[in-house]
Design a binder for this molecule. Structure first.
Ligand code: PLP
Length: 433
């Protein structure tokens, strides 16, 4: 049972969640654009984007496009956009604006961080990683073996694709300098109790890096409550543009070596944000955060004078509560289908241990063929290893095409889940044709 109080908060909602309203915010879901409509269960690879994000990106490029720190209007507006994105990301994560660094994507930021952390380590120091994680939270740390760091893998329990706290504990000792864990698995949806894991790491004075890329669109985040030292997200997974962000505790960012040019100065976060950033992406990030706050004001338990942070948390709780219902229906339906094998947590009531990302295989049909048949029915799902390659290898599925991943988001509906379950009933027959 996670110690995450913000997950327990998902027990109720003041107002009924209106998926039709949500969908009306997303141009991709406009029923006039595609007849019959397409069903987007591909969110874990990148979600759809609400209109206000699209408008913010194009609005920046049309009206405010310039570099920073100039004397003229567009440059001043660009300064404002960049500062605003830092404030928005801080509200999303529960930190201060100076504790957020933007970059190309999570993978690039994590390679940067591993290089910077690596400079502070000595041969014989240890890092603990898990085999449940996306490769972007594995290989950057593994690459430090070249400087003599020992990287220890925590294995995944095959029965439900989760990580046992005792397995993590068994890999940690006085030489452990960093624990790198995922918040939620992008392949099978299991949640890690990042609060407990951080407490465990503290006993060894190890730093903690959390990959929250997959979790971020599904629930509230509070880096102070978690207590981690670093956390990475990608805006394109939570309804924003292609942009990565990294939270670092102020003290941790200050002590990291900065790879910077001389005029950049040595204040955080600027000393770690190299070169010209993606300003239009930052404008879109702020709009994505505003969108989540709007969901909170509409469906959450907040008053009209709440802060943006309070509205975001309420929005993410409302999203989590709604997604729980979708996920239960999906898992129940999948378990009733004798052609389907489900990987990961199978208990349809255990939503406190997972996000609504469900991995399956259809017996006798390759994951790619399954995805092709579903695509022919306008249902979009990913197949393969989703870069969680250690997991598909350990499950013995890598050679045969990995998994089919059904990724639910708050813009999906019960009718879409039912449609998927219906197509899966006859998928084997169709696939053989
Ligand atoms: C859990 C997880 N971590 C990391 C990444 C990599 O993110 P990015 O594409 O921003 O590098 C992904 C992308 O799918 C992911 O799902």
């Amino acid at each position: 049972m996670p110690a995450l109080s913000f997950l327990r908060a998902s027990g109720g909602m003041a107002k009924t969640f209106d998926a039709a309203w949500v969908r009306s915010q997303f141009p991709a879901m406009d029923p006039r654009r595609r007849v019959p409509p397409e069903i987007y269960f591909d969110g874990p690879g990148g979600t759809q984007v609400p209109r206000q994000v699209i408008d913010a990106v194009s609005g920046y490029l049309a009206c405010s496009n310039a570099n920073l720190h100039g004397a003229f209007r567009t440059s001043r507006e660009s300064d404002y956009v960049v500062a605003g994105a830092h404030r928005a990301a801080a509200d999303l994560l529960g930190c201060t604006p100076a504790e957020v660094i933007f970059g190309q994507n999570m993978t690039t930021l994590t390679f940067w961080l591993s290089r910077a952390v690596g400079e502070q380590l000595s041969p014989g120091d240890e890092i603990v990683v898990t085999r449940l994680d996306h490769d972007a939270n594995y290989t950057p740390w593994k690459s430090l073996e070249r400087v003599g760091v020992r990287v220890r893998d925590v294995r995944v329990q095959r029965k439900d694709c989760t990580i046992e706290m005792s397995s993590v504990r068994a890999k940690m000792n006085r030489r452990t300098k960093l624990l790198a864990v995922g918040f939620a698995s992008n392949a099978v949806g299991s949640l890690n109790d990042v609060v407990k894991l951080t407490r465990l790491a503290r006993r060894y004075s190890a730093r903690v890096f959390v990959d929250a890329v997959h979790y971020a669109p599904h629930g509230p985040i509070d880096v102070r409550e978690i207590g981690c030292d670093f956390m990475a997200c990608s805006a394109y997974k939570f309804f924003g543009p292609h942009l990565g962000l990294l939270y670092g505790k102020r003290y941790q960012l200050q002590r990291l070596p900065a790879y910077q040019v001389r005029p950049a100065g040595n204040r955080i976060p600027w000393c770690h944000e190299t070169g010209t950033q993606n300003h239009e992406g930052m404008a879109g990030l702020t709009a994505a955060v505003e969108y989540l706050a709007m969901v909170g004001r509409r469906f959450g338990t907040v008053g009209p004078n709440c802060t943006r942070r309070e509205a975001i948390v309420a929005g993410m709780n409302a999203i989590r509560y709604y997604e729980r219902g979708l996920c239960q229906r999906l898992i129940r339906g999948l378990l009733e289908n004798p052609d389907v094998d489900l990987y990961g947590i199978k208990d349809d009531t255990a939503f406190d241990r997972r996000v609504p990302t469900v991995a399956i295989r259809v017996r006798g049909v390759s994951p790619r063929r399954t995805a092709e048949v579903l695509a022919a029915h306008r249902i979009f799902v990913w197949d393969g290893n989703f870069y969680a390659q250690n997991l598909t290898e350990d499950l013995g599925l890598e050679e045969s095409g990995g998994l089919v991943r059904i990724g639910l988001a708050h813009y999906n509906t019960m009718a879409e889940v039912d449609r998927l379950l219906e197509v899966l009933q006859t998928l084997r027959t169709i696939a053989e044709r």
